[in-house]
Design a protein around this ligand. Structure first.
Ligand SMILES: [Zn+2]
Length: 294
């Protein structure tokens, strides 16, 4: 009798583990088992199945570029899938393409297809090159980064500083003039009617210039913050001059996003623009890292 019950339980387990969608009442009817025993089996098997699904998901090893690579045309993610490249080779190669294109075809976007390994090589090379430069000459890299920030920015920081100096000087002059007016008035050298006419004019100018100065100071502060960020990035990247392998931790530490352009032909060669946006400083090249992929 005991053996028979045990056998039935085993059978129920097998049925459940096979992935067949069976409800507790259905199982109770099929095997004439009590509700509590069936429920307990059912719950245990659901747990096992859940773990299995999670294991399968983990085994699929999502690309280290998942959530980092984006399509610059439509803004959707570049998603990576394994593909068989030849019949003789059982190994699958990961390729990324625009999610929008994958879902909607040419109506959605263009392919933005990239071999994961190619992207890996480009990113690793770029990190190493910057790291080696930062290690060799920190100041030169800082200048380069700031130069690029200037290219990416609409503000001319040189002009901002010049304007600040001019306004500063004019404000000093106005201060002197106003003090002089009060002094002359106090000493009886100036009539009250004249000061009433002159003072508001200077005060208006002073107010206007102070507003302008405060806006310029905000722009300067942004520039200083950029410089600080550039410094942070340099001290971060210089640790990776000897980097051999990429992983998602390193990618996420250094990079905020990678824009994968579409392939196009330039002088008969296939060119694909890859724009790496580093943490703290953004993109370092104005036309993308412009890698050629054969
Ligand atoms: Zn797209």
């Amino acid at each position: 009798m005991l053996d028979h019950a045990f056998q039935r339980r085993r059978e129920i387990e097998r049925m459940l583990l096979s992935g067949k969608r069976l409800t507790v009442p259905k199982l109770m009817a099929m095997y004439s088992v009590g509700k509590n025993a069936t429920l307990e089996l059912w719950e245990r098997v659901q747990e096992v199945n859940g773990k299995r699904r999670r294991m399968c998901k983990a085994k699929r090893e999502p690309s280290i570029f998942s959530g980092i690579a984006y399509c610059p045309d439509c803004g959707r993610r570049i998603s990576f899938f394994p593909e068989k490249t030849s019949k003789s080779n059982p190994e699958k190669t990961y390729f990324g393409s625009c999610q929008n294109y994958k879902a909607n075809g040419p109506d959605g976007c263009t392919p933005h297809r990239i071999k994961e390994q190619d992207l890996y090589d480009i990113v690793l090379k770029d990190i190493r090159e910057w790291a080696v430069m930062a290690l060799a000459d920190e100041q030169a890299v800082l200048e380069k980064v700031m130069e690029q920030q200037q290219v990416n920015s609409t503000v001319d920081y040189g002009l901002v500083e010049r304007k600040k100096r001019t306004i500063g000087k004019r404000l000093e002059e106005i201060d002197k003039v106003i003090s002089r007016l009060y002094e002359d008035y106090a000493l009886g050298r100036l009539a009250g009617t004249i000061i009433d006419n002159l003072l508001p004019k200077y005060q208006r100018e002073q107010e206007e210039l102070k507003k302008q100065l405060s806006a310029l100071q905000e722009q300067s502060a942004e520039h200083d913050a950029t410089e600080q960020n550039a410094g942070k990035w340099i001290s971060l990247i210089r640790q990776y001059s000897d980097l051999k392998e990429l992983n998602s931790c390193i990618i996420n530490e250094l990079i905020t996003k990678i824009l994968v352009g579409d392939k196009r032909r330039v002088n008969g060669e296939k060119v694909q623009s890859i724009e790496i946006h580093y943490r703290f400083i953004g993109n370092l090249t104005d036309s993308g890292n412009g890698e050629t992929i054969q």
